[in-house]
Design a protein around this ligand. Structure first.
Ligand SMILES: Cc1cc2nc3c(=O)[nH]c(=O)nc-3n(C[C@H](O)[C@H](O)[C@H](O)COP(=O)(O)OP(=O)(O)OC[C@H]3O[C@@H](n4cnc5c(N)ncnc54)[C@H](O)[C@@H]3O)c2cc1C
Length: 410
């Protein structure tokens, strides 16, 4: 089969890898508009469920991703630079550039023809493809060119956000809320390698305008943000990847859905098909799971339309609970000014509970404010991770793949 993937993000690269692994005879081309090694965004978080899917699908790239990732323990909430409240949990993160570099290398080694600096402008360029995978992100050109078929719906979030990096290394996943004369601003910070962290700053539109971010240039924006969060950044700098812009790249989140995910031989995947709010850190996982789903369905039947239909049905259903959580989380962040007046302990709990459904946890949350209990919980998490990756894990054995996570995951 001649397959063209448009977009070299996690969805496109991972699908190309799995399709090649399933059938070396497939002729797969991937078009990416950026040069090799150039991407937007900093680190992304994920949890063991993603890593386990990766190990089951392609242990070779999974091992490299696991080794390149870092673990963060704990989540802390800082309000006005002072209060550190703890909301437990742990997770992993990896630089987006590193993730794409690993997947690109793996895809090339399997014979995928990756063409960088190749921006698709017209689907008719791909007339000889048997399957066109539109994995070109939330603003998908392929989807836009065929818009009527997919019936795309976009809801634009009220808050402004900007995806920055910093050389401050946050040990815990850090939520920091600061009050200014124009209102509240906050960031989510987490390290994704030995010497850098992601720092996503968010605020209501009125605060953004009130602080003059609508008129500031990129460097002035960074300096002003550093001035708002001096205690959390502790003298470290903020960085913006996009040096080519006149304005800092503030955005409003766009929640995107499609009534249909395929038309004829074109199929949507990853952010081109659906977006989920970044405050639940799942878009990369869902993009990769779409890739696993599509490659799996193509391997089950020779009937392309049947495979695309089955893929859409399976993935649409799988997404529903995550999309509900993402919507609740986005709404919580859009209402920060009305929650932040609560006692800080309550506020931090409502942040923890923003996806809904865990009100029974409050007594444990209160107890977890003591360092000794947190230490105990961390030990339990370590034990759980150890058991989970012990090589006896049933699904991985069934697939004939031994699940072995490196020590950073224990
Ligand atoms: C602020 C922020 C924080 C996030 N944090 C997390 C997180 O912590 N964890 C997580 O799991 N997810 C996170 N996400 C979501 C995640 O980044 C996306 O869901 C994920 O990258 C989607 O992968 P994709 O392959 O579908 O699309 P993308 O990663 O967007 O890749 C699309 C690719 O297509 C290319 N392209 C676009 N148009 C064309 C064209 N016409 N021709 C050729 N190439 C083209 C682009 O250059 C790009 O490389 C975050 C998102 C944001 C905005």
């Amino acid at each position: 089969m001649r397959i063209v993937c448009v977009g070299g993000g996690p969805a496109g690269l991972y699908f190309a890898i799995l399709a090649k692994l399933a059938n070396r005879g497939h002729d797969i081309t991937l078009l990416e508009r950026n040069p090799a090694g150039v991407t937007y965004g900093w680190g992304v978080v994920f949890w063991e469920d993603l890593l386990e899917s990766l190990y089951r699908s392609d242990p070779e790239s999974a091992r490299e991703i696991a080794e390149a990732a870092v673990r963060w323990d704990q989540q802390e909430v800082h309000i006005r630079g002072q209060t550190a409240l703890h909301i437990g949990g742990y997770g992993f993160s990896i630089g987006r550039d590193r993730l794409l570099e690993i997947l690109t290398r793996r895809a090339v080694s399997l014979g995928v023809d990756i063409q960088f600096q190749r921006e698709l402008g017209d689907v008719s360029e791909l007339a000889d493809a048997d399957l066109i995978v539109a994995c070109d992100g939330a603003n998908s050109t392929v989807r836009r060119l065929q818009g009527a078929h997919f019936q795309t719906n976009v809801e634009v979030g009220r808050n402004k956000y900007i995806w920055l990096g910093t050389d401050k290394v946050f040990d815990a996943f850090t939520f920091a809320f600061e009050e200014t004369a124009a209102g509240w601003l906050w960031f989510h910070g987490y390290r994704f390698c030995g010497d850098a962290s992601t720092c996503i700053v968010e605020c209501p539109q009125e605060t953004w305008e009130g602080l003059g971010f609508d008129t500031l240039g990129p460097d002035e924006t960074l300096r002003r943000l550093e001035g708002i969060f001096p205690r959390q950044l502790a003298g470290h700098s903020l960085f913006n990847q996009r040096r080519d812009l006149d304005k800092a790249p503030w955005l409003n989140f766009r929640r995107l859905t499609n009534e249909r995910w395929y038309h004829d031989k074109v199929v949507l995947m990853g952010d081109a098909a659906h977006t989920t709010h970044f405050t639940i850190g799942s878009g990369t996982k869902l993009a990769i799971q779409d890739a696993i789903g599509l490659a799996g369905k193509l391997g089950e039947t020779q009937d392309l339309q049947a495979a695309l239909k089955a893929y859409e049905e399976e993935r649409r259903t799988a997404l529903l609970p995550i999309q509900d959580k993402a919507r609740s989380s986005a709404e919580w962040f859009e209402n920060v000014p009305s929650y932040v007046g609560q006692p800080t302990i309550r506020f931090a709990y409502s942040l923890f509970n923003r996806r809904g459904g865990t009100s029974w946890y409050y007594p444990f949350y209160l107890a977890s404010q003591t360092a000794a209990l947190r230490g105990l919980v961390r030990s339990l998490h370590s034990a759980r991770r150890w058991v989970r990756q012990g090589g006896t894990w049933a699904p991985s054995r069934r697939m004939g793949t031994e699940l072995r996570l490196p020590s950073s995951f224990r």
